[in-house]
Design a protein around this ligand. Structure first.
Ligand code: NAD
Ligand code: GLY
Length: 357
């Protein structure tokens, strides 16, 4: 088992990564002190793993399993409302816990529900996608989507623990695994050129799902994220760097009605756009941008905007991004391998030109 922690004073919490963790009661007992728990999952994950978790939970807990349909289209206020109703039926008090078993959709939704129920109860992240293991389960960003934009309603609310059972990746569809790799590449692009070299060297092993290589990538990614979150929990500064490619990516997801590219795929396209825009603006070497595009393509990720999307509409979605301040387009751009930067007032004409090209 790989161990690391997110250091946030009294709200610090463990991240545990390894095979077989969902079946280990000793990992659950210390982080579930109350009497009630809502085990939240989706229609694809619950039949695979809910029983395993139920068996490992403390016997004193009264648990209600609540399942929502799988997919980003269900990361909504309506799903949150169904969770609140389930918590009410459970008569969950302030010492209750939400256990989020699934990918980033379930983690974001479960965390949001936990942040709101009685103004905040505990929650546990049990990520079952690569994307959730390397990114969304760590750091306490919780949210639901609106038709007008992604993650527009949410809260910062840290989990009590992240337990990533890497055995669950065995059932993950290959396309979902590749989507998770986009977020892994993101850390290299932002923080560490040597990690990008490592990813290039291990691309095939990652695609093949080789356990040791994947676990290594998950641990490295969680370390990058845990360090940034410990320094800037509520994104007053450097945490925004973790959004490299996301403003473009979220615009694509929103314009497609959350039913087109997967989130990780949209982030891959977004990173390509951010890198190429940075090269055009003279911030990053064009060769670095093309190397990043090559790595993403090698990992089986899309590198172009899906056909038929209107650049002007994408730009309109980008204007509603949470990072913008005072109506100015604030983007995470790139200086080249291993270095990102925040640019507070990006020229919209340059962005539109890139989207059109
Ligand atoms: P997801 O939760 O929709 O999961 C992807 C699909 O895989 C779903 O159909 C799910 O049912 C299925 N699945 C999950 N685990 C499985 C398994 N082990 N075996 C078989 N099928 C499995 O998507 P995701 O890519 O995990 O997460 C994307 C979401 O995460 C987006 O909403 C994004 O905004 C959010 N996100 C949040 C943060 C954050 O910091 N909070 C960071 C990155 C992404
Ligand atoms: N996924 C970006 C963040 O957690 O800040």
């Amino acid at each position: 088992m790989r161990r690391l922690d997110v250091a946030l004073g009294v709200r610090s919490y463990p991240i545990r990564i390894g095979p077989g963790l969902l079946g280990r009661p000793e990992l659950f007992e210390p982080v579930l002190p109350g009497r009630h728990a809502l085990l939240l999952s989706d229609s694809q994950v619950a039949p695979l793993y809910a029983e395993r978790v139920l068996t490992a939970l403390p016997a004193r807990l009264q648990v209600r399993v609540h399942t929502i349909p799988a997919g980003e289209q269900h990361k909504t206020l309506a799903s949150a409302e169904s969770c609140f109703a389930a918590l009410a039926e459970l008569r969950a008090s302030r010492d209750a816990c939400v256990i989020a078993l699934g990918g980033g959709v379930i983690g974001d939704l479960g965390g949001f529900v936990a942040a709101c129920w009685m103004r905040g109860i505990r929650f546990l992240q049990l990520p079952t996608t690569l994307l959730a293991m390397v990114d969304s389960s760590v750091g306490g960003k919780t949210a639901v989507d609106l038709p007008q934009g992604k993650n527009l309603v949410g809260a910062f609310h840290q989990p009590s623990a992240v337990i990533a059972d890497t055995d669950t990746l065995a059932t993950l569809p290959p396309r979902e695994l590749r989507a998770g790799l986009a977020e892994v590449v993101k850390y290299g692009a932002i923080f560490d050129a040597a990690f990008l070299d490592w990813l290039e060297a291990n691309a095939q092993a990652l695609l093949d799902g080789e356990a040791e290589v994947l676990s290594g990538a998950i641990e490295r990614s969680c370390r990058f994220k845990a360090e940034v979150v410990a320094r800037d929990e509520t994104e007053q500064g450097e945490r925004a760097l973790l959004n490299l490619g996301h403003t473009f990516g979220h615009a694509i997801e929103t314009e497609q009605g959350y039913g087109g590219l997967l989130h990780g795929e949209a982030v891959a396209v977004g990173m390509v756009l951010a890198a190429r825009l940075s090269a055009r603006l003279g911030l990053a070497p064009a060769a670095d941008a093309e190397r990043l595009v090559g790595l993403l393509a090698r990992l089986g990720l899309p590198t172009r905007i899906p056909a038929g999307l209107d650049p002007a509409k994408l730009l309109a979605h980008m204007r509603l991004d949470k990072k913008n301040l005072s109506g100015r387009l604030r983007l995470i751009l790139w200086r080249g391998a291993g270095q990102a930067l925040i640019v507070p007032d990006v020229d919209e004409a340059a962005v539109l030109g890139l989207l059109r090209d």
